[in-house]
Design a binder for this molecule. Structure first.
Ligand code: BGC
Length: 347
């Protein structure tokens, strides 16, 4: 694998941002930014050999700084929601930034997605690291966090997260890439399968109620067998109404990097994505709140123009008592791995 880099811009507060390109032996490549550990492009051949960029992103740093949606970024310190922004650990209450209606979302107003990380790289991959001080967006504990990306000759993107703290805190790290296996247009015809028998039920603000829903009892949310993302999305189902589409945490049947968590396939391009992860859940988000905007190379993005498969700990896990707990304590080391493996079916 070859790593090259180029300046990508300067943030509004004067920090230089670099774009790294990891190119494998097949000529397929990933472009990463040290701003937000962002996956900016992921370019590989479709079934007829056409190089296709299958993630959403922007042309300029300014757009990454100003637009919402977390395109391609690593989100943290705690991905997804914490009810009322209230974090209670060992009886001590911490008030986090409230940036999503009444709740805390994706690390607050200036989460990990809006920070410039330190980059170290070699021919195997690139590691982004940063120090998140105690008090950042309200969190307890000084956190040293790293995200390592590797891109194999077999078109597998591996994301490895590590973190250590000096006081008990909540950590939940994910990547917020929007996949569109055709490169543009709708994803409603993509076939999706998720190896989960349950979801965590949401309230109308997409916060877990603490209850689980059996997918056998809820066909609209059920992806145990592959079906088009859009097949049931307009069904008058309360879960879909709450998320304005899919915006739900799927409880993985058996997490582990040697087992498949989810599979996405586009019949139009012949590209398949297989997701494997050590994390217990995956947030299926069908880009319901992605307002129309201009993306890379003049491509227009629309709601439902991407699928996020955000591997994660369950949302609001501490307050709801979900296991495994996302509390990280001094002396412990968080280690999570997610692999997105791509292939194209030759016609
Ligand atoms: C959340 C959505 C939110 C989106 C922001 C997703 O992970 O679950 O509710 O709107 O991120 O882009």
């Amino acid at each position: 694998m070859e790593v090259t880099h180029r300046p990508f811009g300067v943030t509004k507060d004067g920090q230089s941002v670099t774009e790294f390109r990891l190119t494998n032996r097949q000529g397929a490549y990933v472009k990463l930014l040290d701003y937000g550990c962002t996956v900016r492009s992921l370019v590989l051949p479709d079934a007829v050999g056409k190089m296709t960029d299958i993630v959403l992103g922007y042309d300029t740093l300014r757009e990454y700084e100003e637009r919402d949606g977390y395109l391609g970024a690593v989100v943290g310190r705690f991905a997804n929601r914490i009810g009322g922004g209230k974090l209670v650990i060992d009886g001590q209450e911490y008030l986090l930034a409230v940036n999503d209606g009444p709740n805390h979302l994706h690390g607050g107003f200036r989460g990990f997605d809006r920070r410039v990380w330190k980059a170290d790289w070699n021919e195997k991959g690139i590691t982004f690291s940063r120090f998140s001080p105690e008090g950042e967006e309200g969190y307890p504990g000084n956190l040293q966090v790293a995200v390592r990306y590797e891109w194999s000759d077999e078109n597998e993107l591996t994301i490895h997260y590590t973190a250590e703290t000096d006081a008990a805190t909540a950590v939940n790290l994910t990547n917020h890439s929007y996949f569109n296996l055709n490169g543009s247009g709708s994803v409603l015809e993509h076939l999706l399968q998720i190896n989960a028998d349950q979801i965590t039920e949401n309230d109308p603000d997409c916060l877990p109620t603490g209850r689980f829903i059996e997918l056998a009892d809820c066909p609209a949310m059920d992806f145990r067998t592959a079906k088009p993302v859009g097949r049931d999305i307009e069904i008058p189902d309360q879960n879909l109404r709450n998320g304005k589409g899919y915006d739900h945490n799927y409880v993985l049947r058996s997490p582990g990097i040697d087992r498949e968590a989810a599979r996405l396939y586009s019949p139009a391009s012949g590209i398949t994505l297989v997701c494997r992860t050590t994390q217990p859940g995956v947030q299926l988000y069908s880009a319901n709140f992605l307002t129309e905007r201009c993306g890379k190379n003049g491509v227009i993005y629309y709601p439902r123009g991407g699928v996020c498969l955000e591997t994660q700990h369950f949302p609001d896990a501490i307050a709801k008592g979900f296991v495994p707990s996302p509390i990280l304590r001094p002396g412990e080391r968080l280690e999570e791995t997610t692999i997105y493996a791509f292939s194209s079916e030759k016609p």
